[in-house]
Write a protein that binds this ligand. Sequence first.
Ligand SMILES: [Zn+2]
Length: 272
Amino acid sequence: MLTPPSPAHPAPKPLTRRNFLTASAIAALVAAVGSPLVSAVPAQAAWGGYQNGYIPLSALSPIPWASQYRLRTDAVDALIAMNVAFRGSFGHDLPINDGYRDFAGQVAAKAEYGDEAAEPGTSNHGWAVAIDVGDRNHYRLGFSHPFYFWLKSNAAGYGWIHPGWAEPGGVGPDEAWHWEFNGNYSGGSPAQSEATVEAIVKAPNGTIVHLAYGTKTNFGSAEQYNNFRMQVNTLRSLGATDLMPLPELSTVPGVTWDTFTFLTQYIGAPAS
Ligand SMILES: [Zn+2]
């Protein structure tokens, strides 16, 4: 007889073909995101014999899910591949707020944003190799947004980098939303899978927590976690194919509060 977990500690939603981060994966993730941007080679500037901001639109390609914005074709190809992986994590396209900016557009941006905008004729938006990323409502991305963490972990694999000047403490304005293509994308998709990343971890206070995009579930005790795990196993043995097995309690990684906070942001689980 299957009894549901007590209402005070609701069970996680069905766990459909998702990857739980292992302890070593969490360590690698923290190291990757926390490391300096050694691969942040500046974006390729001049190309094609054009002048910055004077590239004919016919020489550029639209971003398929945000076709009002255009980029150099290889930058779009890399962005499309990255977007496949992004969709796998978040279930929607990467929100785009800007792409190629012609000279007049750069003059307008300078007038509107002042020191926050590049001198007209110098922006990588004028070379059609930069994008501005938004949150789902197209507000400018912040440094604590899950999309920023995702990009920091994944974008370099597609040749997209966050330039050092735009980092907090960099020489330019701090712009979490500004990303540039540095021409290093070699084709193919380095994404491991399109599975959504989730984690089951043990917080420093002993609570076992399931983190997923948009949801967070605390298990009240080890016993409750084990009971829920057994119920999932029973349902699977009865033929349920939409449930994935939960890790054994002894393999649930313990994490520090710093790592816990990082994972919560990275995965996009609620902060509280
Ligand atoms: Zn920008």
